[in-house]
Design a binder for this molecule. Structure first.
Ligand code: SAM
Length: 223
């Protein structure tokens, strides 16, 4: 999971991140160990997937303090990564961290997924769209799928116990042409336990009616 030659840079990322986190609240993980395992190693689970290591354009929706965006940018220098979040001060903090880490392959934008999803510079432009800890599946697929090129993937960080959420996402998956094509379980060290990546492949172009207006996917999830 962890490319060992990059460990010193990834450790520096933790230090830089925690310094920002002390100024504005980006993450509940406040110690080096929590941030290392819960943010960095968790983000890097995606490197197990060949689709990720070969991707050239990646968008992270609801990037918050920059996870999985920043560890992926550091380990995938040939890819261009964009982080999107609705909270301006978080986006600015992630920009400062990327600058300090000299991550020239990262850009960050402030805005809602429901708005950016209709912007032609973003719509159906990305090989992979990632998202961690943002919303339930039926909502999250409406936030993420508009950005994915047909044939590309939506990659979601989720816990192991997903049966109900998966059942509740059947209509969203059909409407948004997202087929569940993989579930990748992984284990974090110590008592952090097992988690999984859900992989959805976007089968075709999306109807212009998605995403719906700001707030609607969350208030009236497709189900
Ligand atoms: N992905 C990060 C992580 O795992 O540490 C942050 C997770 S945080 C719990 C959820 C983030 O999603 C927040 O920063 C929030 O502002 C953002 N978010 C929620 N809904 C959004 C939307 N519709 N468009 C853009 N960002 C959104």
């Amino acid at each position: 999971m962890l490319p060992s030659d990059l460990e010193p840079r990834l450790r520096t990322l933790v230090t830089v991140f925690l310094a920002e986190n002390a100024k504005i609240n980006l993450s509940a993980f406040r110690t080096e160990e929590q941030c290392w395992i819960g943010n960095v190693l968790d983000s890097l689970a995606a490197l197990d997937l060949p689709q990720v290591t070969s991707a050239t354009k990646i968008l992270d929706v609801g990037t918050g303090g920059g996870f999985p965006l920043l560890p992926l940018a550091l380990t995938l220098p040939r890819a261009q990564l964009t982080g999107l979040d609705s909270v301006q001060k978080k986006v600015e903090a992630v920009g400062r961290i990327a600058y300090e880490m000299q991550l020239t392959n990262v850009r960050v934008v402030a805005g809602r997924a429901e708005e950016y999803g209709h912007n032609p510079e973003y719509r159906e432009q990305f090989d992979i769209v990632t998202s961690r800890a943002v919303a339930e599946l039926n909502v999250l697929l409406e936030y993420t799928s508009p950005f994915v090129k047909p044939g590309g993937i939506v990659l979601l960080w989720k816990s192991m116990n997903m049966e109900q959420e998966l059942r509740d996402s059947l209509l969203a998956r059909a409407e948004l042409s997202c087929h569940l094509t993989g579930q990748h379980p992984y284990e974090l060290p110590g008592d952090w336990g097992k988690r999984q990546l859900l992989i959805f492949t976007k089968a075709g172009k999306l109807s212009d009616k998605y995403p719906r207006d700001v707030g609607v996917p969350g208030k009236k999830p497709l189900k």
